[in-house]
Write a protein that binds this ligand. Structure first.
Ligand code: ACO
Length: 381
């Protein structure tokens, strides 16, 4: 009998030119570039071009792409109304992002190409998130600024301040770092949907749903909460021991593929250290380092052989906090980077043109004899 691979662990389901993840040595290649080279240097629009077209853009291509994105940032009235109704109902930011992204289909028709839809969804997601965040605080949304790049405009729409170069660089480093990562759950979801020749917005909406779960993109909020709850270095060990004794998982640790420290954690820790260097977050950064080192010791002691190391989410939380983003926006901000990877995978899947359709092994009964329980009850009555 064919063996079942639960959770598809270790199964190679496709070939991709987009990213290579080596979980044994802790290496990530993004469209040919080592993570450590691309992430701290590229503008996010350059990364987008690299993922969608296979090469970095020329300066003309970059400015055309920037204006195309800027043109698609504004939301339709119906999407804005949906956001307003959702924030009134206290819906979570990820659910608002999922529903409002779906409503971008209002602007598409049979002539919309996958690339048109990808541009629209990538350009609109930061506006959706910023609009929802401000509405949830009873503040008027801020219109996009066409003169600002993708990352800078997102920060601007949150608080109305044109961000410093340092903050923009830190956010772009984060967005580049998490743009793509092999066949993670949300990317796989997007590819399954694309493989049916459904539309690109459906693929992105499905992926947002997969990303939201705490075992995937939902981890950084709880990871930061944990550091805040610990509060002081001397509380760390007792707090983490109790948590593990209750059978809880430490958010920001462990990974299906990485059995050594996630290389993304290194890049983000470095970016967070630079942001926190002189400011009020220095003590928090030092506490996070302490939490990481004690967590690794305890995981080794209490879960020997599982090779549970720091994953990307631990330092995502710290970096985004140092950038001034609220916890509620951590996973939505992850989505606005990963959408570029989802779209690139959808393009690749469309090129491949093969429906993704694995099989299951049936383990239920096969010998039932039909007798309707409801009709038997009627005859007894
Ligand atoms: N804390 C404590 N124990 C853990 C953790 C953790 N963070 N992660 C795994 N374990 C333990 C499990 O309890 C299990 O123990 P057991 O063998 O005694 O039953 C063992 O390690 C193996 O766990 P699995 O669930 O089989 O590992 P899997 O590869 O399926 O899990 C996952 C990967 C889901 C990321 C897991 O490590 C986890 O839950 N981490 C915390 C959540 C998190 O940080 N998610 C973000 C991942 S990065 C991303 O998706 C962008």
């Amino acid at each position: 009998m064919t063996e079942v691979t639960h959770g598809l662990e270790g199964v190679i389901a496709a070939e991709t030119r987009l990213s290579r993840v080596d979980g044994e040595v802790g290496e990530l290649i993004l469209a040919g570039y080592p993570l450590e080279e691309l992430a701290p240097n590229a503008r996010f629009e350059e990364t987008l071009h690299l993922f969608w077209h296979g090469e970095l853009p020329s300066s003309n291509q970059l400015s055309r792409l920037q204006s195309e994105l800027a043109e698609c940032r504004t939301l339709r009235a119906a999407t804005q109304y949906l956001i307003l109704a959702s924030t009134d109902a206290k819906t979570s930011m990820m659910d608002i992002l999922r529903m409002a992204t779906d409503s971008l289909s209002l602007k598409t028709d049979s002539s919309t190409t996958p690339r048109d839809a990808a541009l629209r969804v990538t350009a609109a997601m930061p506006t959706i998130i910023a609009n929802a965040w401000r509405r949830s605080r009873d503040e008027e949304p801020i219109s996009p600024d066409d003169d600002l790049g993708h990352a800078a405009n997102f920060l601007y729409m949150l608080d109305g301040q044109v961000p410093s170069d340092e903050r923009v660089r830190a956010l772009e480093t984060y967005l580049n770092t998490v743009v793509d990562h092999g066949f993670n759950a949300s990317t796989f979801t997007a590819r399954v949907i694309a493989s049916t020749q459904s539309d690109l917005i459906s693929a992105v909406v499905g992926a947002i749903g997969a990303l939201k779960g705490p075992l995937h993109g939902g981890a950084p909020g709880p990871a930061l909460d944990m550091v805040f709850e610990i509060g002081r270095p001397e509380n760390t060990e007792a707090y983490l021991r109790e948590k593990l004794a209750r059978g809880e998982r430490l958010m920001g640790f462990g990974h299906r593929v990485y059995k050594v420290r996630d290389p993304r954690a290194e890049v983000l820790a470095h970016a967070a250290a630079q942001l926190a260097a002189s400011g009020e977050n220095r003590a928090l950064y030092d506490l996070a380092l302490k939490v990481e080192s004690v967590a690794l010791q305890l995981l080794e002691e209490l879960k020997p052989g599982r090779r549970l190391k720091t994953n990307v989410e631990f330092y995502t939380a710290l970096l985004l906090h140092c950038l001034g983003l609220p916890t509620e926006l951590f996973t939505p901000t992850f989505a606005l980077a990963r959408v570029v990877g989802w779209c690139a995978h959808a393009f690749e899947q469309l090129e491949e043109g093969r429906l993704i359709r694995p099989r299951s092994r049936y383990v239920g009964p096969t010998d039932r004899v039909w007798a309707s329980p409801s009709r038997e009850q009627e005859s007894v009555a």
